[in-house]
Design a protein around this ligand. Sequence first.
Ligand SMILES: CC(C)(COP(=O)(O)OP(=O)(O)OC[C@H]1O[C@@H](n2cnc3c(N)ncnc32)[C@H](O)[C@@H]1OP(=O)(O)O)[C@@H](O)C(=O)NCCC(=O)NCCS
Length: 230
Amino acid sequence: MKIVTQDRLEIDNAAQSESSPLSGLACTTIKVAHSIEEMMQGFAVRAAVFLNKQDCSYAEEFDGNDFAATHILGLRGAEPIATARIRYFAGFARLERVAVRREFRGGVAAAGIIEFVLELCRQKGYHKIHGNAEKRLLRFWERYGWRRTSAPSFVYAGHRYVEIECDLEPHPDPIVIGKNPVLFMRPEGAWDEPGPAERSIPSPGLELAGDGGDEEGWAKELRSRMERFG
Ligand SMILES: CC(C)(COP(=O)(O)OP(=O)(O)OC[C@H]1O[C@@H](n2cnc3c(N)ncnc32)[C@H](O)[C@@H]1OP(=O)(O)O)[C@@H](O)C(=O)NCCC(=O)NCCS
């Protein structure tokens, strides 16, 4: 059973355990990293996977693009076991740094992370996801609907890579301008739940007004809060 609450996908493994011997390898929670600690947990997985067995150097792995990315964290209980990052460009997003700790491979942890990323990008209105895959993993990616592009392969950190891409079906309820201005103030991925701003600011100021009449109250409230907190 999968439960989507706020920004996280919670997976009830108890429900899976009778049917799947692999459930012991699954993430119990998959979420967008919203704190430095959660980012560090994803980085720990990447360090264990890429710096260790993949022979990547630190500078290759932590390439300066991590602060331009959304980081996805897969937990089993409190233990970080899987991760990925997404970077966004005009017209497409990129899935990068997919990693599952060795002791949790062979199950559905990777599938959960990939599914979560595709759904997040779909909701943000992307129709195409792009990535680089190790050539030897091409069959793995094809299982998830990805295909190789016509670009030539290349060698990076001692491994041969190919470009891959995946088309996304339009989301039934994508995030668009003009629907709900408050949506954009919510934490990344937690689009369906009231965010901290809505919980802390008196709600009348944030209620959507058809004629824009309440916008002044909302602006006033923000101004007074800014004055109070300097
Ligand atoms: C890629 C990854 C996330 C997949 O995790 P997973 O689905 O839990 O499962 P596995 O590691 O069992 O791999 C899934 C499939 O890919 C294949 N595979 C994995 N690594 C491989 C490798 N180095 N060479 C060839 N095939 C490989 C496995 O044989 C398996 O195929 P099978 O299902 O037919 O047996 C995980 O292997 C990983 O973290 N690898 C290191 C980081 C990495 O390479 N990331 C992807 C960058 S493109």
